[in-house]
Design a protein around this ligand. Structure first.
Ligand code: SF4
Length: 396
């Protein structure tokens, strides 16, 4: 397809004018220092503005400066981030803050190369933070910008491909106003968020419509072009809620990797053809060296991450014999202590059931604590448990 479009300088002026009149009053637009812009841009990656607003406010209240963030523990930072997802972003932000404290005496470097070298700072974050917070003349290319630019200029390449992103980047370098690069970048992103929507763009309200290729050629439905995504796999995962003496066993995930540093219940992926109730026993035997009585299913929830989905099967369990042995940091905690630990968002979907389950444990007449299911109508006990309680007759 031939790329078309008229002169763009006037369009840039119209865009900036539109932005001044229409921009949203967002909390990070009230603080223009590098630290606040940095936090907001990290939070906004892959996450909706409405979701980020309360997190941003709480985070800035808890860690109002880079020095305060660098002085905090990773656990505190993850707790403040809990529920926002993509926890590697929080870990990287925290370790970048520590590097800035160690190498730049706590002052965020304004040079592209130095800032780009910090943990978690990719091309997008560097461009957004340094242009908006530091006035550096570099264009930002995110999903909104790609959509606007491809429609406006008629770029027909697949927006998932690097070649298309580079083409848009080159085009933006040519029109970026040197005196207000941050405002220009924000304006283009804001236009994508408010007017040039993925479906049904609001072209009559758009400052670019006069020379927009897609509008002029009725191509808003077919631009930008987006190649097919690979299907997202679904993993079945079995988790053990192991309760002893009114406390539940939790463990911390390794710092590196998916959901690193967060806390979780023990368990793991089901093998092909393996039932979740079998997988939970096997996983805990392998992982913790413990034999469990798997009492009953406590919850089943689904959760989607960016590259895969999980179906979590959570089982009420009791250690049958042996001590739990694991090199990982772990803890036995009471129900009311759960909220002190950062858990992945998927776990919050069964937190209430977990708390109810812990609350149903009580001391037996033999002076030894064990799990007793007090609400069998709500939570069914295992055959063995119910047999002990005289509710099920033993089969001959
Ligand atoms: S005129 Fe329509 S398609 Fe073109 S940039 Fe504006 S909103 Fe997007």
């Amino acid at each position: 397809m031939k790329e078309e479009g008229g002169p763009v300088i006037d369009a840039v002026a119209r865009l900036l004018h539109w932005f001044e009149r229409n921009r949203r009053d967002l909390p990070w637009r009230r603080r223009r220092d590098l630290y606040a812009v940095w936090v907001s841009e990290v939070m906004l990656q892959q996450t909706r503005v409405e979701t980020v607003i309360p997190y941003f406010r709480r985070f800035l209240k808890r860690f109002p400066s880079l020095r305060r963030l660098a002085a905090a523990s990773l656990q505190d930072v993850l707790k403040a981030w809990e529920g926002l997802g993509y926890y590697s972003r929080a870990r990287s932000l925290w370790s970048a803050a520590r590097q800035v404290r160690a190498n730049y005496r706590g002052r965020i470097p304004r040079g592209h190369e130095e800032f780009r070298a910090l943990p978690g700072v990719g091309e997008y974050i560097a461009a957004a933070v340094l242009s908006i917070g530091g006035g550096l003349a570099v264009p930002v290319v995110d999903g909104n910008v790609l959509r606007v630019a491809c429609r406006w200029r008629g770029f027909a390449g697949d927006i998932r491909r690097q070649a298309t992103k580079k083409k848009v980047h080159r085009f933006l370098c040519g029109i970026l106003p040197q005196d207000s690069p941050g405002r220009f970048n924000e304006a283009l992103m804001e236009l994508g968020a408010l007017v040039c929507l993925p479906r049904n763009p609001r072209c009559p309200a758009c400052p670019l419509r006069g020379d927009c290729f897609a509008f002029g050629h009725s191509r808003t439905g077919s631009l930008p072009r987006k190649g097919r995504r690979r299907p997202v796999p679904l993993h079945r995962v079995a988790l053990a809620a192991i309760v002893r003496n009114g406390r539940i066993y939790i463990q911390q995930r390794p710092e590196r990797g998916h959901l690193g540093g967060l806390w979780e219940l023990p368990g793991g992926k089901c093998r092909a053809g393996e039932k979740p109730q079998d997988a939970v026993g096997r996983e805990c035997r392998e992982e913790l060296g413990a034999e469990l009585d798997v009492l009953a299913k406590l919850a089943e929830v689904r959760h989607a991450y960016s590259h895969f989905r999980v179906q979590l099967h959570v089982f009420m369990c009791r250690p049958r014999s042996g001590r739990i042995r694991t090199p990982r940091p772990h803890a036995w905690i009471k129900a009311d202590e759960l909220e002190k630990y950062p858990f992945p968002a998927a776990n919050h979907k069964f937190m209430k059931e977990l708390m109810d389950f812990i609350a149903t444990t009580r001391r037996t007449a033999y002076g030894r604590r064990r799990t007793v299911l007090e609400t069998p109508g709500k939570i069914k006990g295992s055959q063995r448990e119910r047999r002990r309680e005289g509710k099920v007759e033993k089969r001959s």
